[in-house]
Design a protein around this ligand. Sequence first.
Ligand code: GLA
Length: 386
Amino acid sequence: MITAPSVAQLSSRFEEAFGTAPDGVWQAPGRVNLIGEHTDYNEGFVLPFAIDKTARVAIRVRRDSTVRMLSTYGDHGLVETDIATLEPLTAKGWTKYPLGVVWALKQRGIDVPGLDLLLDSDVPLGAGLSSSHAIECAVILALNELTDAGLAAEQMVLATQHAENAFVGAPTGIMDQSASLRGAKGHAVFLDCRDQGVQLVPFEAEEAGLVLLVIDTKVSHSHADGGYASRRESCELGAQVLGVPALRDVGVEMLEEASGLLDDVTFRRVRHVVTENDRVLQTVELLSSDGPQYIGALLDASHVSMRDDFEISCQELDVAVEASRSSGAIGARMTGGGFGGSAIALTPARLEQQVRDAVVIAFADAGFTTPDIFTVTPADGARRLA
Ligand code: GLA
């Protein structure tokens, strides 16, 4: 296992690369989503949490408008550009995330100076754990402070969404950055995506004798590809035909009527979102009343809905879910935007090894790449480290 460099190590690497010490070091976590998938851009409900895998940026403000960026990923080397020349959809690799934030802040009239930036991250790339938002959130937290912009968390959420949508070109919602900026240890973030209202819901699996396993299928995905955007379009079409501002406004009891008004594909997309919103509310209620050992059936139903109605799963995710369930997990589902990435499996702690083994064997039998399997617990959101 690779251990993240300490703040002192990161600072000294910064100094080696750029010749001066950084102004500070900021950190933001990736996330898993417990439940509530593709509901965020429908103004619905989500229940993600920040994880203890984070992106860290060391930054020093410059006197000119040059941005120099380096990462410990070992790729690309030093990338240098000028703030004045930033154009949406042109940046490459990981640099589009910090540059997207700089661009989005400039669009808001914030005078962002040139920067030297060193990135380090242990959020696995392309694993559906929001490595890109972790970078964006660390950078926006830093720039908010360094420019005295005074943005509240809700405004930082919208600015990073603008960066993703317009600069990176991924039409994503607000779930990931909300979890990264507003997460808290021991809690899931119950977010109302219509007004950004947050309620922190205790999620302490260990106390109930459970662990939450993440199974990274190693099938990498990009939400700038067509699948995510086409799901979003179907949802918007559904809302338009049903005459509501967003699918958030469609209740489960309205689905029968909706089936007569929508074509088959649009209806199934709508049914996923409507039932998923309902599952989020039920999960929050169960976590608050009975505890995590009772939410397994909702996780399972969420996966079936994404597999059959929203059609965003893939064979590897289905095998991960089925192998975990049949070897002892009490509920499992894919997490994140889909088309690859990770699944989560809520598992009795005493059966953890059995489930891990069963998943690895099922992947080998199917001829898939060996997955990465690890446990996660809810961690604190973004903060300044030094
Ligand atoms: C990605 C997006 C989020 C959300 C999820 C699906 O993670 O970034 O905004 O839409 O997919 O729930």
